[in-house]
Design a binder for this molecule. Sequence first.
Ligand code: GLN
Length: 241
Amino acid sequence: MKPVEIVLVYQSLLGIYGDRGNAMVLRKRLTRRGIDAVLTEVEPGQSVPSDAAVYLLGGGEDAAQVSAVNGLKADGHIFDAVENGAVLFAVCAGFQIVGNTFTVGEQDEVIEGLGLIDVDTRRGDVRAVGEILTTATLPNGRQSLITGFENHGGFTTLGPKAKPLAKVEIGIGNANDGTEGAVQGKVIGTYPHGPVLARNPELADQLLELALGRELDELVDPELDELRRQRIAAIRKTGRR
Ligand code: GLN
């Protein structure tokens, strides 16, 4: 069987928050189950494969975001990949990029995103910085607590085609409106770093199940469960730090 291909997109532009860890987590959770997986890294100027299983975009600064969106539009293959049924998981700047529009710089210049998810991002009245705790409704209908660290100035509002990924318990999320992230088909955007898939293995497995179109065996990870329990207890006790 062909290995499951995970594509990490434009780390040189969207790699400042350690979101590359999401790719490592996905690959590891496949290989631990005996499923072959390969990680492909694509940089601007290189062609994005159009037949991989999962694509990952991370967080980055305004200027890098604009370069990334221009590169992805010029290449065009990310659109084919989504059309072909791939999972696209985009964090923070990545989330904004896959939306309809976002703004950058002091003048709030409006930039056209990829339009793969029905959201728009504008500068918020505060910068959202700190730990965040949400409850996601996963594509399989299960609820799962998500912990992470958010750091964004853009506030994102959802159009009718996108559904929120989660409800905020502590933190700002999309626009201080109680929602976090967005889902449209197999395109999923979210604000938390962490990396978020390292902190939230259930979300990681959901992305893999979506990509493979089947359920995966559970992985037993007592140490990870304990770390998660402590993180969730800490943020609930001290609130946002
Ligand atoms: N430049 C975007 C914002 O501040 C994204 C930041 C990020 O990826 N952390 O909203």
